[in-house]
Design a protein around this ligand. Structure first.
Ligand SMILES: [Mg+2]
Length: 199
């Protein structure tokens, strides 16, 4: 059976790096010429890095394009997505990135040889996940995972500092990397379940 599989881009297909190598931290240090470090485990970048809202806005206006362009792809993402596409599954990318980054995003996906069938720019993902008849979604944002899981659609949640306060549940399985994403997708495809449901 072929499935529609939904995948987030930032923090899932992209790899921001950790600690000093994190692309956000590096770019912020360059931009503000002061030592900026991750201080709080939250999805809100201003709070996480101790910036004012105004500072964050000027940083994003000047540097977001560069971050999206230069960020690496996550190890194993291309291989796993290529295999899934070859097996006949539909890969539907849903990103909260602004639509104005569509060309940049398409070019980045091509450069990193990430296969996909559809690309949607949508902040509130759950309604689109339902509309697109997606059977399994992969994201790194806890709120997206909870909203999608509330529709009874299983979610693979990639571990990040900003979701460290949540360990997953019956329908949301937390994973470290694409090796574990692949294991969970393979399990879902063969048994229509995730490891979280088996334990
Ligand atoms: Mg994300």
């Amino acid at each position: 059976m072929n499935y529609n599989l939904g995948i987030d881009i930032d923090g899932v297909i992209t790899d921001e790096g950790t600690a000093e190598n994190n692309i956000w931290q590096r770019k912020m240090n360059e931009y503000f010429s002061r030592d900026i470090k991750l201080g709080k485990y939250t999805y809100n970048l201003a709070e996480a890095y101790g910036l004012s809202e105004q500072e964050l806005n000027s940083f994003l206006t000047d540097k977001l394009f560069e971050v999206y362009q230069e960020v690496n792809s996550a190890p194993g993402a291309r291989e796993t997505l290529t295999q899934l596409a070859e097996q006949g599954h539909s890969l539907i990318l849903i990103t909260a990135r602004n639509e104005k980054f569509r060309d940049l995003t398409e070019n980045w996906l091509e450069k990193h040889q990430i296969p996909y069938h559809e690309l949607h720019h949508q902040y509130d993902k759950a309604p689109l996940v339902v509309e697109k008849n997606i059977s399994l979604f992969i994201d790194d944002k806890k709120e997206n995972a909870l909203n999608i899981a509330a529709e009874n659609i299983p979610v693979i949640l990639v571990k990040k500092y900003h979701n460290s306060d949540f360990n997953g549940n019956q329908i949301i399985t937390k994973v470290d990397d694409w090796k574990q994403i692949k294991e969970n997708i393979d399990l879902f495809l063969s048994k229509n379940t995730l490891t979280g449901k088996l334990s």
